[in-house]
Write a protein of this length. Structure first.
Length: 168
């Protein structure tokens, strides 16, 4: 069976999301240095003081699924654009965003640092906002693909700052 160019690009985008999540999970496991990191992270998070206006736990799964799909679409679309100075800049910003995404769980949750979590959340949100700006200079749809992560990040940044202040 021969795949069309669109099908190949869809598979590449899916591989990017799956790969980034597996790397993040592996780094989190190394940071925890023991059993399944998910359980340790979950127990630690449940113990923390959170604001009344916190993001509902049930929303994380669907929100991050949507964010990951949008990010994969935007990054993959950018990757397949013709070479240009704008594309090069946007690719650099996207790479920074993905690096922050991959480092967030091991850097904040697994190491149990609310201050580090807040800093990484702010940086990831700023990087996502930069993806909106620089991605739009290449193709409007690329920039729009990072709007969900930027919106989520703005709210998460406020929550992270509150949690860092109240859980130090």
């Amino acid at each position: 069976m021969k795949l069309s160019q669109d099908q190949k690009q869809t598979l590449q985008g899916a591989a990017l999301v799956i790969g980034a999540n597996l790397i993040s999970r592996g780094l989190t496991k190394v940071a925890v240095g023991e059993k399944d990191p998910g359980e340790d992270v979950k127990k630690n998070y449940e113990k923390l003081e959170k604001p009344d206006w916190k993001i509902p736990t049930w929303l994380f799964g669907p929100a991050w699924l949507s964010i990951n799909i949008a990010q994969a679409y935007g990054t993959n679309k950018l990757w397949h654009q013709p070479s240009s100075p704008q594309r090069t800049t946007a690719l650099g910003v996207h790479a920074i965003t993905w690096a922050l995404f991959v480092s967030w769980s091991p850097g904040s949750l697994a190491l149990k640092s609310q201050k580090r979590s807040a800093v990484l959340t702010f940086l990831t949100t700023a990087a996502a906002g930069a993806c909106v700006y620089f991605g739009s200079k290449v193709d409007r749809k690329i920039g729009l693909a990072y709007v969900p992560m930027t919106i989520w990040g703005l709210y998460a940044s406020a929550q992270s700052a509150w949690m860092a202040k109240h859980n130090s």
